[in-house]
Design a protein. Structure first.
Length: 384
């Protein structure tokens, strides 16, 4: 039903999202008097592939929930172009974009609607929904649902056996929409290696953000940390993290889904320029939830470059990829209190092994398509 030649990249230049900015958080209800209601109710006919769209969202979006309403509508609206124009959607090129007349029609339709939105939160949510929806459509049948690599380059079989994360820790990959389904993204390795110990939350996808914040509210601010150097310099070292006695004494084999009995760590997954706005968005919502108190930020102290450095050179040891940051966090937590963290050092080693597998897979892909296997320059600095 869908062409399968790669993910889509929409909505202008690489700087577009930073120019758009991330507003102070406030809920935008999808209801009769909202600005997005016209799009949801009137922009394009529904298609008959609802069950397939749901399966695609759940697979790529790491969610068991229904497709978010705005994401679903963008998917339906884009897919409906096949009926309107009488031709199959085709994707291709270096960036896997939608091609031909459907690409022109999709771009005009969604850009026109975007510019009718006056509310910055509505703009962000529509931007995120469009990124996610179009990338899912373009990736179906092309990318592996788990490793986000083309099926012929799938690395899943090469990954080491799954490792368990101590049930006292929950990792959250807070991902920029433009990093969703990127082949060289390392945040995806965390749920591959740790299962539900790492969860995806795409910035601007309200359903996922609400799930994450519900967990934070249940846990309380003192158990929530953001792994990111604070812009004002008032960040903390990992040794500042206090492990509650009830967590330290808990049996690591005992599964506990109670969010109030976990340490929650947010890993920012996006470019360095976009990550600042993402952190600000988190802090704005934290201030609303906890009477002006922000989420404390953690600065890591790695002593070596990650295995991804050859493909994505790091500007400094401290600025590392998301998966390497997670491994370093767990390793430092273990060093601070090895008797209370239930083998987090071994979990960190498992993540490092996964990073090496991804690096090898990307190098193999580059060789297969005739591209250099080492990068010496980058247009932007990434932490995903």
């Amino acid at each position: 039903l869908f062409s399968n030649h790669g993910p889509l990249y929409f909505m202008g230049t690489k700087k577009h999202f930073s120019k758009l900015g991330l507003p102070r958080h406030r809920r935008v209800e999808v209801r009769a008097d909202s600005e997005v209601d016209f799009f949801l109710d009137n922009n394009g006919p529904a298609v008959k592939d609802e069950e397939l769209l749901t399966k695609m969202w759940q697979a790529f979006g790491r969610s068991q929930e229904a497709v978010p309403l705005l994401v679903k509508k963008v998917m339906e609206n884009t897919k409906s172009l096949e009926q309107e124009l009488g031709e199959e959607l085709k994707f291709g090129g270096p960036r896997g974009s939608l091609k031909g007349r459907p690409a022109v029609a999709e771009n005009q339709r969604h850009r026109a609607f975007y510019h009718t939105l006056s509310d910055s939160e509505a703009k962000l949510q529509f931007f995120a929904a469009r990124q996610v929806a179009c990338r899912i459509l373009g990736s179906h049948g092309y990318l592996c649902h788990d490793c986000w690599l083309p099926l012929q380059d799938c690395m899943c079989a090469a990954l080491p056996a799954g490792s368990s994360l101590w049930q006292g820790v929950q990792l959250w990959v807070y991902m920029h929409p433009k990093d969703f389904l990127r082949k060289n993204n390392t945040g995806k390795l965390l749920w591959q290696a740790l299962g539900n110990g790492a969860r995806l939350c795409i910035c601007g996808i309200e359903q996922q953000e609400d799930v994450m914040w519900a967990a934070f509210q249940e846990a309380g601010r003192d158990l929530v940390w953001c792994v990111y150097p604070a812009s004002n310099g008032f960040d903390y070292e990992v040794k500042s993290v206090t492990i509650p006695e009830d967590l330290a004494a808990s049996n690591k084999e005992k599964q506990n889904d109670n969010q109030a009995h976990k340490l929650h760590f947010i890993l920012i997954d996006g470019t360095w320029s976009n990550s600042k706005a993402m952190v600000s968005r988190l802090q704005d919502r934290a201030g609303l939830l906890w009477n002006g108190r922000e989420i404390p930020c953690l600065a890591l102290s790695p002593d070596a470059l990650s295995a991804m450095h050859g493909l994505r050179p790091q500007p400094s040891i401290e600025r590392t990829c998301t998966a390497a940051a997670a491994a370093q966090l767990l390793r430092e937590l273990h060093e601070c209190n090895p008797q209370a963290t239930h083998g987090l050092d071994k979990t960190a080693d498992a993540i490092d092994n996964s990073i090496e597998c991804l690096s090898d897979a990307l190098v193999g892909r580059r060789r297969r398509v005739g591209r250099p296997t080492v990068r010496t320059r980058r247009q932007e600095l990434r932490i995903h």
